[in-house]
Design a protein around this ligand. Sequence first.
Ligand code: ZN
Length: 201
Amino acid sequence: MAKQSSEVYRGQRGKEKRALFACFRVRVIQDAYRARFFELFEGRRFKCGLPEKLEPELDKPPVLCIDHHIPMALGGHLVPGNLVSLCRNCNTRKLDSPPEAFYIPEELRKLKPLLETQKALFTFRFDEDRWMSDRETYLLDLGVHPTIVRNVLNDENHRHYVGYPCEESRIGITLSFDSIRNSSFIHKKDDSCDYENSDSH
Ligand SMILES: [Zn+2]
């Protein structure tokens, strides 16, 4: 029996997920932009319209699921312009189907602008100077909720804790950036990637 594509592409999928969000550098910014991505879909799973639980409780990890519009089996990648918010059920039903086989024409028409506008989110450029000089103002300016900003700066047990910049961390951060360039995030504490639970084909 042929392996399911979800198994075949598991490694590649993980790699693409990390690459997709690498531009945000830190998890708290990544989360803010992920929320924005789902706002493009009006906080709903595209096909069936199930609501996303974006912020059931403030500052809890969102449960999100991103589907490859063109599936990996057909050469699609987890890149801006090929991302759709789908629920797990729809995602499983879609599996390796081309979009035209899964969506009705009206849905495809609705999807087209959403695939376009999502690209702007991923042009984000991390401002290392602002991050190292005043990350509180930087995060607030990026639209991160003030409560979340307060928590990631002060609560060492927060899953995205970053603390305040200081000389010591400046050196540490610079080194990390050099060693992870192109491929990864700064991993603070546990690496709780909510996407690990989502199937994206
Ligand atoms: Zn669905």
